[in-house]
Design a protein around this ligand. Structure first.
Ligand code: CP
Length: 322
């Protein structure tokens, strides 16, 4: 699949967000605008009537070519809270199975007067391709493309960090695990460095580090204990068995022994460190249940904040500011 990774495709000529495809190259002012807008939407979720009329009359199409629990559902909730009409395309039951191309599917959904596409695809660049293809009034949000980017996950992670830690300027943040296959890690690194986090660490076995890691502005550690020392935030990653081609690790048991986050290993971090995970978790592989369900875990709040962050992204791309 071809793509043009031009961040400018994401912005209108006057610098507003038009599509959200990647956090790579997006200015700090846009990331901060999303976080501030999301903050204003948190209270909507606390009301009896959890709705605002910002996207009334707009049609949002959730088009997920890969499985999802959190992202698809929170996009649907977010769109409904903005009063949009939401259509969830069941890709397995769609004409894709008869050989229809991605762009033909998108053209047909556009003919049904779609205003916004939320797209997840296993191929890197799928959302960019769609953004190039659609009419100017249609907005595209990348809900995860291959190993490339998961921008709303990166943004909801930043929202969660800002909520618990105030700001980014004195933080040490560790991203732990399968960075090589992780679109989440790429989006997190772009967001953290753009928002001014002075020390982003990546902790992973050498076989699960991307070749270009040295150019990402991160500090690399291969031992978990060393990398966790005095960090404020621990962001665990899922071991992505489905994206591994060839054995890169001895076994899940070996992985847990060296890189699994246990209560003992977590003690190397600051006592007030928070633990995050984008989900889905492999308990007993990258994270111990005692940590996942423990007092330092903010894994479920991440999911809840995902609704407000996705409301913010959808309203901003549509130019419907609260
Ligand atoms: N974090 C995340 O993308 O989860 P889902 O695959 O369930 O959407």
């Amino acid at each position: 699949m071809t793509s043009t990774m031009t961040p400018n495709l994401q912005l209108t000529p006057d610098g507003r967000l038009r599509h959200l495809l990647t956090l790579d190259g997006l200015p700090k002012r846009i990331l901060t605008e999303v976080l501030d807008t999301a903050q204003s939407f948190v209270s909507v979720g606390e009301r009896d009537v959890k709705k605002v009329p910002l996207l009334r009359g707009k049609a949002v199409f959730n088009v997920f070519f890969e499985n999802s629990t959190r992202t698809r559902t929170t996009f649907e909730i977010a769109a409904k809270r903005l009063s949009a009409d939401v259509v969830n395309l069941n890709v397995n039951a769609s004409s894709q199975s008869k050989g229809e191309t991605l762009l033909d599917t998108v053209s047909n959904l556009s003919a049904m007067l779609a205003d916004m596409f939320v797209v997840r695809h296993s191929a890197a660049g799928a959302a960019h391709l769609i953004a190039h293809h659609v009419a100017p009034h249609i907005h595209v949000i990348n809900a995860g493309d291959g190993r490339s980017a998961h921008p709303t996950q990166g943004l909801l992670d930043m929202f969660t960090i800002r909520h618990y830690k105030g700001d980014f300027h004195n933080l040490r943040v560790a991203i732990v695990g399968d960075v090589l296959h992780s679109r989440v890690a790429r989006s997190q690194i772009h967001a953290l460095t753009t928002l001014g986090c002075p020390e982003v660490r990546v902790i992973a076995p050498r076989t699960l580090l991307p070749r270009d890691v040295s150019g990402m502005g991160v500090h690399v550690f291969n031992r978990l204990e060393e990398g966790l020392k005095d960090v404020d935030v621990v962001m665990m990653l899922r071991l992505q068995n489905e994206r591994m081609q060839g054995a890169r690790l001895p076994s899940a048991g070996e992985y847990y022994k060296h890189w699994g986050l246990t209560p003992e290993k977590l003690k190397y971090a600051r006592p007030d460190a928070i633990v995050m995970h984008p989900g889905p978790m492999n308990r007993g592989v990258e994270i111990d249940s005692a940590v996942a369900d423990g007092g330092q875990s903010v894994i479920l709040p991440q999911v809840t904040y995902g609704i407000a962050v996705r409301m913010a992204v959808m309203s901003l791309v549509a130019g419907a500011n609260p």
